[in-house]
Design a protein around this ligand. Structure first.
Ligand code: TXA
Ligand code: MG
Length: 311
C-alpha cells in the first residue's frame, strides 16, 4: 500500500475520508473514546482488510458504528433495556451487544459469524459527520496493530498503521481516551467490558445491577455464541471422503474455494459465508490445509475452534 493520507478536519478531509470508505478502503477516524479503524461493514472483503492491517491473529467480532439510533435499529433488535440505555447514553461511549437482525446487510465477517452484533453511536462531531457522509454502517476496532495500546491521536495511528491504511482523519486527541463500555442486554444485562461510561451510571439508568462478565469474551457464554457449524469438520484434508464436502484453498478441485488465487484477504472474506453454505448443504466438511501466514493464522484459529470436539 502507498502512503497513508493525513486528512484534516475540514470539509475536504471529511469528503475524502467518506469517499475512501465508500470505495472499500480503510480509514482511521476519531471517536470520543479512541481512534477507530473503519471499513464498510456490509462487505466481507473490506472487513477482511481490517484484520489484515491490524495483523489480528483471531477474528474478533467488531463494533459497528452508525450515525444515529434509527440506523442502529435497522441492524439489531432492541429490547426494553437496550431502548433505555440507547435513549440515555447515545451518542456516547456505550456499545450494546444485541441480536443481529437477519434483514441487516452486515457482513458475516464483521460479526465473526455470530448472531449478535455490537453497535455504537459515537459522540464525536467528526465521527458522526463521517458516518453520515459514508452512508453505510462502519465496522471499526481500535486503530492499533493487534496487541498494542489503543490510539488517541492521529500520530499514534500513523506510528502503528502508517502505510497499511488509506487515510487517517485527524481530529486531535480523543476526549475520553479509553474504549467504550460494552453491555449485552437480554434477560440479565451483562457488562462485557468496562470502559468510558462508568457502570454505576448504567446501573442507575437500568434500576438494576449489571451482571459482571469477568473475562468477558472468553466467558463460556460468549464462546457458545460463536458460530460453529453443526457439521463435523476435518482439517488438513487433501481430498473429500465419502459424505464430505471439501473446502479448498488455492488452485484445486473442491466444493467451495476460499480463494482460488491463494489470496488471504479474499479467503478471510469468504470464510464465514463458506462455512455457513457448506453447513446448510448437510454432510461433513473437509478442509484443505491453509498456509499459516498473515490472515491464515486467524483463519486457522477459527477452523481449529470449529473443528474442536463439542458437547
Ligand atoms: O471505544 C470503542 O469501543 C472503540 C471505538 C473505535 O469505537 N472500538 C473498540 O473496538 O474498542 P475493539 O474491536 O478494539 O473492541 C471491540 C470489543 C472486542 O473485545 C470484541 O470482542 C467485542 O467488542 N465484541 C464485538 N462484538 C461482539 C459481540 N457480538 N459479542 C460480544 N463481544 C463483542
Ligand atoms: Mg482494541
Amino acid at each position: 500500500m502507498s502512503e497513508t493520507e493525513h486528512l484534516q478536519a475540514d470539509t475536504a478531509g471529511l469528503n475524502r475520508a467518506a469517499e475512501l470508505l465508500r470505495t472499500g478502503k480503510l480509514v482511521a477516524f476519531p471517536t470520543e473514546t479512541v481512534y477507530g479503524l473503519g471499513a464498510d461493514a456490509t462487505r466481507d472483503i473490506c472487513v477482511a482488510r481490517i484484520y489484515d492491517a491490524k495483523r489480528r491473529p483471531r477474528f474478533n467480532p467488531l463494533i459497528i458504528h452508525v450515525p444515529d439510533v434509527a440506523t442502529a435499529r435497522e441492524i439489531a433488535s432492541f429490547d426494553e433495556a437496550a431502548d433505555r440505555l440507547a435513549g440515555a447514553f447515545w451518542p456516547g461511549a456505550l456499545t450494546l451487544v444485541l441480536p443481529l437482525l437477519s434483514s441487516s446487510r452486515i457482513a458475516p465477517l464483521a460479526v465473526a459469524g455470530q448472531k449478535t452484533v455490537a453497535v455504537r453511536v459515537p459522540d464525536h462531531p467528526l465521527a458522526r459527520e463521517l458516518l453520515a457522509r459514508a452512508d453505510r454502517p462502519i465496522a471499526a476496532p481500535s486503530a492499533n496493530p493487534s496487541g498494542r495500546v489503543s490510539p488517541t491521536t492521529a500520530e499514534h495511528v500513523l506510528e502503528g498503521l502508517g502505510g497499511r491504511i488509506a487515510a487517517v482523519l485527524d481530529g486531535g486527541a480523543c476526549p475520553v481516551g479509553v474504549e467504550s463500555t460494552i453491555v449485552a442486554t437480554g434477560p440479565t444485562p451483562r457488562l462485557l467490558r468496562p470502559g468510558g461510561l462508568p457502570s454505576d451510571v448504567l446501573q442507575a439508568c437500568l434500576g438494576a445491577p449489571l451482571e459482571a462478565a469477568d473475562g468477558a469474551v472468553t466467558a463460556p457464554g460468549q464462546q457458545r455464541s460463536h458460530y460453529a457449524p453443526d457439521a463435523a469438520i476435518r482439517l488438513d484434508a487433501t481430498e473429500a471422503r465419502e459424505g464430505e464436502r471439501l473446502l479448498g484453498f488455492g488452485d484445486m478441485e473442491c466444493d467451495v474455494n476460499l480463494s482460488r488465487s491463494g489470496d488471504m484477504v479474499e479467503a478471510a472474506a469468504t470464510l464465514f459465508r463458506a462455512l455457513h453454505d457448506l453447513d446448510s448443504a448437510g454432510g461433513r466438511i473437509a478442509v484443505a490445509p491453509i498456509p499459516d501466514e498473515g490472515l491464515g493464522q486467524a483463519i486457522n484459529d477459527r477452523l481449529r475452534r470449529a473443528a474442536a470436539p463439542r458437547k
